[in-house]
Design a protein. Structure first.
Length: 243
């Protein structure tokens, strides 16, 4: 069966031709008519098939590549890839977001221990209380996604078993803790040897980072997180508007 049989081009439509083709191919990818790992026909064949110029076809493929749906490999071809997880910027749980996307999240607790507040955090958390130092590896059905480190007040009840079974914020809601405000900083870094080994990438691979300081319903700082994500599988989106 032809996986591109449903792709149609209407040259009388005001919608740009490249976008019509890109949308049709995207639907074939998302319906798995074009499965992950398969290859698109080359630009010349696609252009001839749809009666388009090569530049128009190249623009359509570029749109698919920007969306993370295909990857062009010199000398190999254009391969269908797994669409990126695109999470809206906000104070939400990664675990619950992945569940909502049907990504089948899983957690490996790398370490969980109460420690004295390290330099830089002692001034953020009130009092001379111990902190939980929590490290996790978050994966989906497609493999490792994020290495996550969180610092939380030591009086909270945390166990590795609970954190494997559910997301951190869900566990905390069960103890009456609900985060309502946060400061977040999104950045990038090269994967260290340790992070690269966890995420299954080469050392130095560009990764997305997120630093978060979350406050609960009483205004108290309850979570400081530093997370590193595979940039080829995950992105954070936000909406902006003019004043």
């Amino acid at each position: 069966m032809d996986p591109l049989a449903g792709v149609r081009v209407d040259k009388t439509s005001p919608i740009p031709l490249y976008h019509q083709v890109a949308t049709g191919i995207e639907e074939a990818i998302r319906s798995e008519a074009l499965p992950v790992g398969s290859f698109l026909p080359n630009e010349i064949d696609l252009a001839a098939r749809f009666g388009l110029s090569r530049p128009t076809m190249r623009q359509a493929i570029s749109e698919l590549a920007k969306a993370g749906l295909v990857q062009r490999q010199r000398g190999v071809g254009t391969r269908v890839t797994r669409p990126k997880l695109a999470r809206k910027a906000g104070l939400s749980s990664l675990y619950e977001y992945l569940q909502s996307e049907g990504a089948e999240p899983s957690t490996e607790v790398l370490s969980l221990e109460r420690v004295a507040p390290p330099p830089g955090l002692a001034d953020l958390f009130p009092g001379d209380q111990p902190l939980w130092d929590l490290r996790r590896l978050r994966s989906t059905r497609d493999g490792p996604l994020a290495v996550m480190r969180n610092w939380l007040p030591g009086h909270l009840e945390l166990t590795a078993e609970a954190l494997v079974a559910d997301g951190l914020y869900s566990v905390l809601r069960g103890q009456g803790v609900r985060f309502v405000t946060a400061f977040q900083r999104i950045g990038a870094t090269g994967a260290t040897a340790e992070v690269a080994g966890r995420l299954g990438v080469k050392p130095g691979t560009p990764c997305l980072t997120l630093h978060r300081e979350a406050h609960d319903q009483d205004g108290r700082l309850g979570d400081v997180g530093d997370h590193v994500y595979r940039a080829d599988r995950y992105t954070i989106e936000s909406e902006v508007a003019t004043d």
